[in-house]
Design a binder for this molecule. Structure first.
Ligand code: AMP
Ligand code: ZN
Length: 666
């Protein structure tokens, strides 16, 4: 059995390497998943053969409460920056002078705009991964790094027994855009740029969340301590690292003259926009490791390397008009419509203006000449106004007061950055958007029905709400453009099948503002059915773990709207799931049924997440504050104010961690 497990691990490692490092898969995703599942099952049955480099660990799951600070074995220096070609020429001349020779070669590399990382390998196994921090010490983020598929957990070939390797964790543009689309679909603010999102990902506590993000790791510095290394130049070291199984940048180039360096810079200054990820410059490194040693370091950076930073590309153009878009939850986004202008290799006609505050801050007006920039970000943005070109008759921008679509007066709640169209159920864009959301994959996942068909059904007046989907018949939809008997039947079947989709997805599908997939799951598990949720007060909702004021208010307002109640009643009547199927939860017992728990102080026997899971698996709930509603307070070490407060309420039972475990026979 051990042999079988190891063969599978070896095979999966190879396929991972082919797919993520070489970009040349040799089996289908499906075959890969089947093998992975087989290995997972075997490992579950045989925990005695655990291996910390198993490909099954890629999916994450371990939670890090607090990231340990770790000292770097070798300091992580910064790089000297140059912003002009002259700076680069000066640097190159200086190198020649110090080394007193004309024989200098350079490795030119891209300067990745991500989060830097140092990874330690011992005997071929990934031991530790640490962020740069202040260069002397950083945070240990090993569990999170292990989920990144292009980082080898087990090396191949003839590797040194102990070394560090450095590189950059990147979020490629396509993955970044996809994450943002999902956030917007969930009514959440999009992330700013790939770099911040990549470095933020490294510090997520739940490694399963990290595993879901399409992060990549490019490695460019191999540090083998002392011993006779198999390379004597930077360029060779990249090849060597590639042989061990690392993803090493393809674009590195070995050159011998300053002209070649400048060619490289000029080429990538333009070609960078074709890369699938973002770079903010190039890095030039003296190739010979002996020469590097001779040159040494300044207080903060190596003398043997120089970064050349690209300027954020900026152009000015005329803002022709401001238009407003309505999202599915009614959120309004102002858009700058520009006189078309070439920027970073693409023609730009539009830029985001974010919200009313942004427009006011920069005092942006129609007919202004504005500066448009494309730097680290993918979407161009307006960074200022050329006031010298402002027309004499210019007047300050009046932000839209009414919905561009249904003309209803907009509202802006205190604390919200955005304006909203409050006409949820009659605003055409919102009607279509809501139904499109309802049928989407993470919600009711209705097969046979796509976004365009929804728009068509709305336009033809066949549906007004998602509840109307359940009234559709084949005869209704057959007359639609491009609709054949088979596709009509598929649509009807898909709608029928959605009646078995679990409550938490239905709740998400309702499209309550700020209730994304995760919050919906939380609420569904807590309240168990729609009536309990609909009757919850603002205060009760805020008491639910991780539910804040904003979400609570949105839920309450949704369920006080009689039109929404009517829609839900109709959905209920046709048989859509509005309560949790208890069997899905696989309860261990019901000893905590109807009881509420709160954990306080430093827990030593289990983590907070584990505690919560134990409570839920035994029929109880956790809440976030001490009040009369609390039944049990479980105290760890150094419990503080919550314990005091609980002692003052007679009905609360106070338990130690051990006493808590005893209740569920653990
Ligand atoms: P800076 O943050 O401007 O001081 O630049 C130094 C950082 O550039 C390093 O910490 C690395 O994370 C990053 N970097 C990106 N690409 C490279 C590369 N090819 N070689 C060295 N450092 C790089
Ligand atoms: Zn509207």
């Amino acid at each position: 059995m051990k042999e079988k497990i190891e063969t599978l691990r070896e095979e999966l490692r190879k396929h991972n390497y082919n797919y993520y490092v070489l970009d040349k898969p040799t089996i289908s995703d499906y075959e890969f998943d089947v093998k992975l599942k087989e290995l997972q099952d075997l490992e579950a049955k045989h925990p005695e053969f655990f291996d910390e480099t198993s490909p099954t660990l890629r999916v994450g799951g371990q939670v890090t409460k607090k990231f340990n600070t770790v000292k770097h074995r070798f300091r992580m220096y910064s790089l000297d920056n140059s912003y002009s070609k002259e700076d680069l020429l000066d640097w190159e001349a200086r190198i020649h002078k110090i080394l007193d020779t004309d024989e200098v070669q350079y490795t030119c590399e891209l300067k990745y705009d991500g989060a830097s990382i140092n990874i330690t390998y011992q005997n071929g196994k990934l031991i530790r991964a640490v962020t740069r921090g202040d260069g002397f010490e950083g945070d240990e983020v090993t569990t999170n790094i292990k989920t990144i598929k292009s980082v080898p957990l087990q090396l191949q070939g003839n590797y040194p027994s102990d070394f560090d390797i450095r590189g950059e964790i990147m979020l490629p543009n396509a993955g970044f855009l996809k994450m943002n689309e999902e956030r917007i679909a969930n009514g959440e603010e999009p992330y700013m740029n790939p770099r911040n999102t990549a470095s933020g990902s490294l510090k997520l506590q739940d490694s399963a969340e990290v595993a879901k993000r399409p992060l990549e790791c490019y490695l460019y510095t191999l540090i083998v301590n002392g011993m006779n290394t198999k390379f004597s130049t930077q360029f060779e070291s990249l090849q060597v690292a590639r042989n061990y199984g690392f993803k090493v940048p393809e674009q590195a180039k070995l050159v011998s003259t300053i002209d070649e360096i400048l060619d490289y810079v000029n080429y990538w200054e333009v070609a960078r926009h074709q890369l699938p990820f973002e770079i903010d410059g190039v890095v030039v490194k003296v190739n010979s490791l002996d020469q590097q040693e001779e040159l040494g370091y300044t207080a903060k950076a190596p003398r043997w390397a120089m970064a050349y930073k690209f300027k954020a590309e900026q152009v000015s153009t005329v803002l022709e008009h401001i238009s407003y878009q309505v999202g599915r939850t009614g959120a309004i986004t102002p858009v700058a419509n520009l006189q078309p202008v070439l920027l970073a290799g693409t023609t730009v006609k539009r830029a985001s203006l974010h919200n009313a505050d942004q427009i006011e801050k920069f005092d942006i007006r129609v007919n202004d000449t504005v500066y448009v920039e494309k730097g680290g970000e993918i979407i161009p943005k307006i960074v200022g106004v050329d006031f010298s070109k402002r027309p004499k008759n210019s007047t300050p921008t009046q932000y839209a007061t009414h919905c561009p679509d249904c003309k209803t007066e907009l509202v802006r709640n205190e604390g919200d950055a955005k304006h909203y169209c409050p006409n949820e159920l009659a605003c055409p864009t919102q009607i279509t958007g809501r139904i499109q959301h309802y049928i989407s994959r993470k919600a009711l996942d209705i097969e046979g029905l796509g976004g365009e068909t929804v728009a068509l059904l709305v336009k033809e007046g066949l549906i007004k709400t998602y509840a109307d989907l359940y009234d559709l018949t084949v005869e209704d939809i057959l007359p639609l453009e491009r609709m054949a008997e088979k596709s009509a039947q598929n649509l009807i079947d898909g709608v029928e099948k959605s009646k078995t989709v679990p409550f938490e997805k239905v709740l998400f599908g309702l499209g309550i503002r700020f209730v994304g997939a995760t919050v919906a799951k939380k609420l569904a598990r807590y309240y168990k059915n729609i009536d309990a949720l609909a009757n919850a007060t603002q205060e009760e909702l805020e008491n639910v773990d991780e539910i804040g004021e904003r979400i609570a208010a949105s839920v309450v307002s949704f369920f006080t709207d009689e039109r929404q109640i009517a829609i839900i009643a109709k959905l209920k009547q046709v048989g859509v799931q509005f309560e949790i199927n208890e069997a899905d939860l696989v309860l261990e017992s019901t000893v905590f049924e109807g009881k509420t728990f709160l954990f306080t102080g430093k827990l030593t026997k289990f983590t907070r997440d584990e505690a919560k899971e134990m409570v839920e698996k035994n029929g109880g709930k956790t809440i976030s504050g001490v009040s009369k509603k609390l039944d049990f307070l479980v105290v760890g070490e150094k419990a503080g104010s919550k314990l005091k407060k609980a002692q003052a309420i007679e009905t609360i039972t106070i338990l130690t961690e051990v006493e808590f475990l005893k209740q569920i026979n653990r």
